[in-house]
Design a protein around this ligand. Structure first.
Ligand code: AMP
Length: 304
């Protein structure tokens, strides 16, 4: 049994009110696999980079025990590049550049040793590639979680809708849920999206937490109010990685475990944003994670 994460492995250039970075390591699969690795040891990655991607960036994943056999390095090509700018309201950001580069012709190869995949995290990536990975696994995984973003809704909606049909859990943010459903009310949006294929829908609301929809049930998870958010990049991916990593660890998929998974995902996201890029999420202790989860428990528990 293993947990397979796909998505971008990228260069990011980030600007926040607290500072600016040149090209640093980023990407949806980077953040999601790092987060998942704290819960599930057999985490593997399928992604692509160009040969401009330094070995020490890949070492960050290896240091966490992540299997990178499925990470292709393309000679003479450039890695995916994304650049974004956050304003004082760190909940919203402008994408300044998305350069697909090596991602434009990505043909994902699933190594034979990855065919034991039971948990599949389809991190943010071309929907066509997400779908190809599902088809190239000989056995359908026990759980498929998918993340995506407005960029793909804008340029690849038919493929995205096809892929959504094949997954168990869709995790998107509030603006994306509105765009996908054409509904402003998140409750109406959720009901519509749940008819498109996934059994579970998670709507991420940045610093306002996340909602989990399943049949006629809703679970609301808070986000931890933090005094300092340095860089929200990767929060959504860490959320998704922590979520599926926790579920892989417990091994049983039901609504109650999903609720806990959302809290673990939120805890990892809240840790990620405390430093720039992958710095914080590359090197956490089990104690830090356990303490953070306890803060979530305290934050939202009350007795009537
Ligand atoms: P998040 O902040 O969780 O939404 O994810 C940020 C990460 O997503 C960054 O590290 C980017 O490299 C990556 N990213 C940005 N745009 C895209 C895209 N269109 N497809 C895949 N990954 C992307």
């Amino acid at each position: 049994m293993s947990l397979l994460v796909i998505g971008t492995v990228a260069f990011d250039a980030i600007e926040t009110p607290f500072g600016k970075t040149d090209k640093i390591v980023g990407g949806a699969a980077t953040y999601a696999s790092l987060a998942a690795s704290y819960f599930y040891k057999k985490t593997k990655i399928v992604a692509v980079v160009g040969n401009d991607f330094p070995a020490e960036n890949i070492q960050i994943l290896k240091n966490r025990g992540i299997d990178v056999e499925g990470l292709q390095i393309k000679e003479g090509e450039k890695s995916f590049f994304w650049s974004g700018k956050y304003h004082n309201d760190m909940n919203s950001r402008d994408t300044l550049a998305t350069e697909l580069n090596v991602l434009a012709n990505f043909d994902p190869v699933i190594p034979a040793s990855y065919q034991d995949c039971s948990y599949l995290m389809l991190g943010n990536l071309t929907p066509q590639v997400q779908q190809t990975v599902i088809k190239r696994l000989h056995k359908r995984p026990k759980l498929i979680v998918m993340d995506t973003m407005n960029f793909w809704m804008d340029i690849a909606l038919p493929d995205l809708l096809e892929t959504i049909k094949m997954v168990d859990v869709l995790a998107i943010n509030d603006a994306e849920a509105r765009q996908l459903s054409g509904e402003y009310s998140l409750v109406k949006a959720a009901h519509k999206i749940l008819t498109m294929g996934p059994k579970y829908l998670i709507i991420k609301k940045g610093e306002h937490g996340a909602l989990l929809f399943f049949e006629d049930k809703i679970f609301a998870a808070p986000a931890l109010p933090l005094a300092d958010v340095f860089d929200p990049t990767g929060a959504g991916d860490c959320f998704a990685g922590g979520f599926i990593g926790y579920l892989a660890q417990v091994g049983t998929i039901n609504f109650n475990n999903m609720k806990n998974a959302i809290i673990f995902g939120s805890a990892l996201a809240s840790l990620c944003v405390e430093k720039f890029g992958t710095e914080r999420i590359s090197n956490l202790s089990d104690e830090e994670i356990a303490n953070r989860v306890q803060q979530f428990v305290k934050l939202s528990s009350f007795t009537l």
